[in-house]
Design a protein around this ligand. Structure first.
Ligand code: FE
Length: 258
């Protein structure tokens, strides 16, 4: 395959900067790596045309290499990539799911619709799309505790919870959540009484689950927004309970007796 000179230079430039990063971090062969990058460590007081960097891990390096090549070949638009990253870092995440939970706690009719048809009720609040096409919402009560896992890989409701945490994708969680869910919950700090039924839901590419956690006591005076603030990601996976907010230190107006 023929490569234009500019592509070759760009790739070399990338590799050179990566090597310089390795040398700067004092990893990978010290003077050898620095020499190869044309950037001896003894010269670190001169002006740089690049920033010092902590050497990225292997996968980050590969992703960056891939991205730089695709951008050079004009196969992807960097602005579009930034938009995708921004979406998953800032716009899609567990705050969306928290709004769903808070609405269900505040509006019994919405809650009924949510448990009846999760996808439609979640769409009412404007959340939907990829990895959330078929949502089932399961309610935690005084007698039932629901726990969500994907035993096969890492299926997870992106529109309401964002991207899955690392532990959710671990083989330990994926296997132990079904083998010994009570032990797993105990390790997450959730004690389950013997007379409470534990239901484990195995997410798939077809159906994804959202746990509707129990509304904590002493939250009657909270607005829907305030309720959303106390709902955590983990509570919507089923590995945590929601706690009532602690009164701020120094607050003496009682916060409505909560
Ligand atoms: Fe999966």
């Amino acid at each position: 395959m023929e490569r234009s000179e500019s592509e070759g230079v760009g790739r070399r430039k990338f590799l050179k900067e990566a090597a310089a990063g390795a040398a700067g971090a004092g990893v990978a062969g010290g003077a050898g790596a620095a020499g190869a990058a044309g950037h001896p460590m003894a010269h670190h007081d001169h002006d740089h045309d690049h920033e010092h960097q902590v050497v990225p891990d292997d996968i980050a390096l590969r992703v960056r290499a891939l991205e730089s090549i695709l951008v050079e070949k004009e196969m992807i638009d960097p602005a579009e990539l930034d938009a995708v990253v921004d979406t998953y870092e800032n716009r899609i995440g567990p705050r969306n799911g928290a709004q769903v939970v808070a609405r269900a706690w505040s509006d019994p009719e919405y809650k009924a619709r949510l448990l009846e048809d999760g996808t439609a009720a979640i769409t009412e609040l404007g959340f939907g799309g990829a990895q959330g096409e078929h949502m089932v919402v399961v309610e935690n009560t005084a007698t039932v505790h629901n726990l969500v896992v994907c035993t096969l890989c890492s299926c997870y409701p992106w529109p309401t919870l964002g991207l899955p945490p690392v532990w959710y994708k671990s083989s330990a969680y994926r296997s132990r959540a079904v083998i010994e869910p009570r032990a797993v919950l105990d390790e997450f700090g959730v004690a389950i009484d013997d007379d409470v039924e534990v239901r484990v839901w195995d997410s798939t590419a077809e159906v994804r689950y959202l746990v509707l956690p129990e509304r904590p006591p002493n939250t009657e005076g909270l607005s829907e927004t305030e309720l959303a603030d106390i709902v955590t990601r983990d509570s919507m996976i089923g590995v945590a309970r929601v706690s009532a907010p602690q009164p701020a230190a120094g607050a003496d107006d009682g916060g409505g007796g909560a």
